[in-house]
Design a protein around this ligand. Structure first.
Ligand SMILES: [Zn+2]
Length: 164
């Protein structure tokens, strides 16, 4: 994806108030991120660990979502798969992240939840090549497919949050 500035990020949110986006803690390594290997920008708020952010580039522009992990969300949970990368090998935690819907629906209290890697490491998960062999004669093809699927699923989640 294209590199983003903190200004791009703050103005991208579709389901957050102005004060929520003003208060967000930017990702620590924003200046040095390897943007070429990211399909979205996702991070947890260092100061508010139950809050996460997912900024997805789409053909229509950038869309950011503010997410919350339930209070019990710190519980370790590797018995479930991340709905975005569906990586079966990752040992990292997966949390149920909940997004307020955009617009009126969100103001009325409607939310959408999905399971996502606790630290939003999906882009690196899908780029891990499977061992070459009879099942996957060309690992690069597998990676390309996984990247495409991650992008599709992220956009689908975004459209659920945006739905009125
Ligand atoms: Zn994931």
């Amino acid at each position: 994806m294209q590199p983003l500035s903190i200004k791009d990020i703050r103005s991208s949110f579709i389901n957050a108030t102005r004060s929520e986006t003003a208060k967000l803690t930017p990702p620590r390594n924003l200046e040095t991120l390897d943007w070429d290997h990211l399909d979205f920008l996702g991070w947890r708020d260092e100061k508010m660990p139950l809050r996460g952010y997912l900024v997805v580039p789409t053909a229509q522009g950038l869309s950011g979502m503010l997410l919350r992990a339930p209070d019990s969300g710190a519980r370790k949970n590797r018995s479930v798969l991340c709905e975005l990368c569906r990586d079966v090998f990752s040992k990292e935690d997966v949390l149920l992240w909940v997004a307020r819907r955009s617009g009126r629906s969100g103001r009325d209290g409607n939310t959408v939840g999905t399971l996502i890697c606790a630290d939003f490491i999906c882009s690196s998960n899908v780029r891990r090549e499977p061992p070459a062999g009879e099942i996957h004669p060309d690992p690069a093809v597998v990676v390309r497919r996984q990247v495409d699927e991650l992008r599709e699923r992220s956009e689908r989640f975004l459209s659920r949050v945006r739905q009125r």
